[in-house]
Design a protein around this ligand. Structure first.
Ligand SMILES: Nc1ncnc2c1ncn2[C@@H]1O[C@H](COP(=O)(O)OP(=O)(O)OP(=O)(O)O)[C@@H](O)[C@H]1O
Ligand SMILES: [Mg+2]
Length: 412
């Protein structure tokens, strides 16, 4: 039965479009049965600016995944991104209405509604409402209030808002590619879905998804999202620095970065520092030798600057992150990123990748941090389909999870 469930994650990024087709496995994991990816077009800073060009790239990536899996894709779970996201924590209080003061779905609904009543700038909308916890008559930390007794119910919710146009244009591009949108999931929520463990979410961590032109930060703690921020920079800034610093084309700079990129000089020994790489300067056809140390001298200050910016944001929230910093996205790939993050954040840091405890099957080539979003989107779709399927004989926690999922989907 379970492997009748197929989920399709489509990560429409500024530099790459990635598609993952997953199948629910008996052991609770998701078996990857199809993957496809190609260069992206028609996006700037995570937002669709040319729907036809974006649709073409989407079609290409999806067709490749279809060919690998032998399945036909009709609807997809897609990432919602952009530099103008804003997250804020809100609370809403209601008096418990029912007989015997037993908290019912309706009370929780009203409390969440009241917490979500925010003033939005013109053209903005609520992208997601992520429940954090409930407080019943002063008792905090409650995650499953339904069925509990009390007279005053307070809901704490993390609300993410942003401009409607970004979501609408992404939806148009997906439709032009001949597909429908099953759900949209915020990019860092998707990255977290595949790369974080329950302990990371519970004890607290900062997920930093470094894309091409966008970096998003999501802080988790007490099992929920506590803070969201987006920054208008990413891996492309390193490529530009290399192009300017070494006088090479952007394509050549990207190639050099992917092949030799290192952002922490202390990881290189003397031998490596003096090793040369062959580069092709702009307007020339013959190559020139350049030491790897020079490349690192260009990349390291940018890595420090970028991560310091994010670390300042984290420090400003006073959040505790004992589980440390988790770097995802293609921008997390260059050697030394984790080591620099460790120093800048003064916290344990690691690269986040699609966790083997969540995925299996055709994982070759998608083990890196750049696939966390696509895998997370497919996982999120699979988990919500499984919840729906289990709707009959559910435990209280299953019911609550399904209910929250439905609640969130209502507003998408
Ligand atoms: N092997 C590699 N070494 C270094 N950098 C890499 C490597 N592979 C990819 N990158 C960089 O990762 C960045 C792209 O990351 P990713 O694919 O996560 O972005 P995206 O999702 O397309 O963009 P965004 O999230 O900003 O919309 C690019 O700057 C790319 O150069
Ligand atoms: Mg991305």
């Amino acid at each position: 039965m379970k492997n009748d469930i197929h989920s399709i994650g489509l990560d429409v990024g500024t530099s790459r479009v990635r598609c993952v087709i997953g199948e629910a496995a008996e052991d609770g994991r998701m078996n990857i049965v199809g993957i496809g990816n190609c260069d992206s077009k028609g996006l700037r800073r995570g937002i669709v600016t040319g729907a036809e060009a974006a649709a073409e790239a989407i079609r290409k990536a999806v067709t490749e995944a279809e060919r690998v899996s032998g399945l036909e894709v009709k609807s997809v779970t897609v990432n919602l991104s952009g530099e103008h996201f804003r997250g804020e924590n809100k609370s809403g209080v209601v008096a418990v209405a029912g007989a015997g003061r037993e908290i019912a779905h309706d009370d929780v609904d009203r409390a969440l509604e009241s917490a979500s009543a925010v003033q939005l700038p013109a053209g903005w909308e609520v992208f997601d409402r992520l429940p954090q916890e409930f407080i019943i008559d002063g008792q905090d930390g409650i995650t499953e209030p339904i069925g509990m007794s009390g007279s005053r119910l307070e809901a704490l919710v993390h609300i993410v808002t942003g401009p409607s146009a970004g979501r609408q244009n992404l939806e148009k591009a997906v439709r032009r590619a001949g597909l429908s949108v099953e759900t949209m999931v915020l990019e860092p929520v998707a990255a977290a879905e595949s790369s974080l463990t329950d302990d990371d979410r519970e004890y607290g961590c900062a997920l930093v998804n470094i894309g091409s032109e966008i970096t998003s930060l999501m802080i988790f703690g007490r099992g929920a999202v506590q803070h969201t921020a987006v920054f208008p920079f990413g891996g492309l800034h390193f490529t530009k620095d290399i192009a300017v610093g070494l006088r090479v084309s952007m394509q050549e700079a990207a190639k050099i970065k992917h092949r030799y990129g290192c952002v922490a000089s202390f990881l290189m020994d003397d031998d490596e520092r003096s090793q040369t790489m062959e580069i092709v300067p702009v307007g020339r056809s013959e190559t020139r030798g350049l030491s790897k140390e020079i490349l690192c001298d260009i990349m390291q200050p940018r890595a420090i600057e970028l991560l310091q910016h994010i670390a300042r944001e984290v420090a400003g929230t006073r959040a505790q992150i004992p589980s440390g910093v988790v770097l995802t996205g293609g921008g997390a790939i260059p050697r030394g990123m984790v080591e620099i993050a460790e120093q800048v954040f003064d916290s344990p840091s690691r690269t986040g990748f699609p966790e083997r405890q969540y995925i299996g099957g055709l994982t070759d080539g998608i083990e890196g941090p750049d696939w966390t979003v696509a895998c997370g989107l497919a996982l999120s779709s699979m988990r919500s389909q499984l919840r729906e399927m289990n709707n009959g004989d559910r435990s209280t926690s299953g019911r609550m999870a399904a209910w929250f999922e439905n609640f969130r989907e209502k507003f998408r």
